[in-house]
Structures are given as structure tokens and as C-alpha cells.
Design a protein around this ligand. Structure first.
Ligand SMILES: Nc1ncnc2c1ncn2[C@@H]1O[C@H](COP(=O)(O)OP(=O)(O)OP(=O)(O)O)[C@@H](O)[C@H]1O
Ligand SMILES: [Mg+2]
Length: 300
């Protein structure tokens, strides 16, 4: 049997060193194989190639330790994402403002398409950033400040400048996650050495933020709005409070996820998870556990 069109595309992408395209064609090939004998192979590699974080975009050496960049077009599972009304409106607004900020750029008027997400842990802030990148067809570039802070305190705030200039040069959704870690109100900063350094890093962050190109979609997230420097908050024209879903929302989120997995969970199990989960993260953890238990039961 000769090479089919898909395999030819895959070979071409590999030969041209385009790993992103090669992944895409590999996924297509796996998706198209429904034979029983290949089932374990297909499910193993579908899972690896489409899992969160697996489609990393290669970054320059000086950025590798501080930033992650991912092609979410292959890994974000829209069919499992519950889009609440508020998130839908916020995403629409971010996408509309992308057009507006382009026009402003042509008029040489600086404008930031910047959104601040705030709310308690586990309410979907980071996931929403990935969703926006997926919807806009842009890479998801992710800076997590709580992981960064050690190196920043080591006097390497120039790394921050590298990350920002990368984001400016490469259109992306630029997520500044757990931004309160460094962007704490300057009044709150004490007089100790580390706190002064943190204050300086906050100023660097704002200067870099002001220099961001108009076409970067910036999304900052925090669960401590009360700690954030007011000057940073006011730099984000779009603000969205992310809260734990109410019971109706949790049920809708659970049913969407379960349906997409193709599993049949007993209604009382789903009810219990929906009733007891306090936020989206807990709900997802409980559903995954319930699915794992069901599969275990079926296997024995
Ligand atoms: N709208 C949603 N639809 C489906 N799953 C969701 C949704 N929101 C959150 N989740 C699930 O909940 C988990 C936690 O969400 P996420 O990490 O985005 O929360 P967070 O607000 O960023 O939390 P933290 O403040 O602790 O960083 C995700 O891994 C995802 O599985
Ligand atoms: Mg988060």
C-alpha cells in the first residue's frame, strides 16, 4: 500500500523541521485510525500528543527557565470547557479589543489589551487564559510569578524584560499568573532587603508592561486582589471576578465534561460530586476520581 496523503504531510513536516505541523498530522493520523488492533497505540499517543503542556513552543535559552509557551490549538479541549456567561462575555470583549488595539496601533496610540482575573483559587483563572489563546489561535505564553520570585530576588529582573520583549515580538496570549507575588502594593513593602527588591521588581514589571506592543493579549491573574498595587490594577482595562460556580453551574460543568469523555457515571455519584465540590478544581478532581473508580470496577 502506498503512502496516504496524511502520512506524506507528516513526512514533509518532519523533513522541514516543523514540529508543530508534524504533531498536527500525527494527531490526524491517530484520529483516523479506528482499527481494533491499533487501539492501545492510538489511545496512548493521542493522549500524549494532546495533553496539556505537551505542545511546547521552543523558547530562546534565556527564557526557558522562566516562561512556558504552548500551542494550545492541539491540547485545549473545548468540548470539556464549561463557558459561563461571564467568561463568555469577557472572552468576546478581549477578542473585540484585539481588533480595536490594532487600529489604535496604526494611529500610533499605545493601548493595552490587558485583563485582570481575580478570585479565589480553583475558579478557572489559568484555564480561562488557555481558552482565550485557543479561541484566538495564538500561542499561550505563561509566566508564573510565584515560581519566578526566587530568581527575581536574585537580582535577575532583566529576565522579566526578556520575557516581555519576547511577548512583544511574538503575538501571543501573555499570561501573568499569580501576579500578586511580585506586584504587591508598594506601601505594603517593608524596608527589608528582599522587600525593597520586590518593590523594584514591581516597578520593572510596570515599565515593561507599559512597553508591551498593542497586539499582545495580556491576562493577569491573582487570588489576592487586595494585595495588588493599585497602579497595576488600573493598567488593566478589563477586569473579571472569577468565583466558585453555584450548584447549577457545577452541574452543567460536570455534565459537559462527562459527556465529552463518553463515560456513563451513575446519577447519585455525579450528584454527590456536584453537591460537595466547593469550586471548579474540586469538582474536576472528584469527577476524575469517579471515572477512575468506574474504570477500575469495569476492569475487575
Ligand atoms: N470552566 C471550566 N471548565 C472545565 N474545567 C474547569 C473550568 N474551570 C476550572 N476547571 C478545572 O479546574 C481546575 C482548576 O482551574 P484553574 O487552575 O484554572 O484555577 P485557578 O483559578 O487558576 O486556580 P489558582 O488560583 O489556584 O491558580 C483546572 O485544572 C480545570 O480542570
Ligand atoms: Mg491559576
Amino acid at each position: 500500500m502506498g503512502l496516504d496523503a496524511n502520512t506524506q504531510q507528516l513526512i514533509r513536516a518532519v523533513a522541514e523541521g516543523d514540529i508543530r505541523l508534524a504533531r498536527k498530522w500525527a494527531l490526524e493520523a491517530l484520529d483516523g485510525d479506528t482499527t481494533q488492533k491499533n487501539r492501545p497505540f492510538v489511545s496512548r499517543y493521542l493522549s500524549i500528543l494532546s495533553s496539556e503542556g505537551s505542545n511546547r513552543i521552543e523558547l530562546p535559552g534565556n527564557l526557558k527557565d522562566i516562561m512556558l509557551c504552548e500551542d494550545v490549538s492541539l491540547s485545549f479541549k473545548e468540548g470539556r470547557y464549561y463557558l459561563g456567561e461571564q467568561e463568555r462575555q469577557t472572552a468576546e470583549k478581549i477578542m473585540r479589543m484585539a481588533g480595536v488595539s490594532q487600529k489604535l496601533m496604526e494611529m500610533q496610540i499605545p493601548y493595552k489589551n490587558a485583563t485582570l482575573l481575580y478570585g479565589p483559587p480553583g475558579t478557572g483563572k489559568t484555564t480561562f487564559g488557555r481558552y482565550v489563546a485557543y479561541r484566538m489561535g495564538l500561542p499561550f505564553c505563561y509566566l508564573n510569578f510565584s515560581r519566578l520570585v526566587d530568581s527575581l530576588l536574585g537580582g535577575t529582573s532583566r529576565n522579566l524584560a526578556h520575557a516581555f520583549s519576547y511577548a512583544s515580538a511574538n503575538p501571543c496570549v501573555f499570561m501573568l499568573d499569580e501576579v500578586d507575588t511580585i506586584c504587591a502594593s508598594r506601601e505594603r513593602c517593608g524596608s527589608g532587603g528582599a522587600e525593597k527588591e520586590l518593590g523594584r521588581v514591581t516597578i520593572t514589571l510596570m515599565q515593561e508592561f507599559d512597553r508591551l506592543a498593542n497586539d499582545v493579549v495580556a491576562i493577569a491573574a491573582t487570588n489576592r486582589l487586595d494585595l495588588l498595587d493599585e497602579a497595576f490594577v488600573s493598567r488593566c482595562p478589563i477586569k473579571c471576578e472569577m468565583l466558585p460556580l453555584d450548584e447549577g453551574g457545577r452541574r452543567a460543568m460536570a455534565l459537559k465534561f462527562i459527556e465529552d469523555t463518553g463515560m456513563q457515571l451513575p446519577a447519585p455519584v455525579v450528584d454527590k460530586a456536584v453537591r460537595e465540590a466547593k469550586d471548579q478544581r474540586q469538582l474536576m478532581d472528584r469527577l476524575i476520581l469517579a471515572i477512575a473508580e468506574k474504570l477500575d470496577e469495569e476492569a475487575n
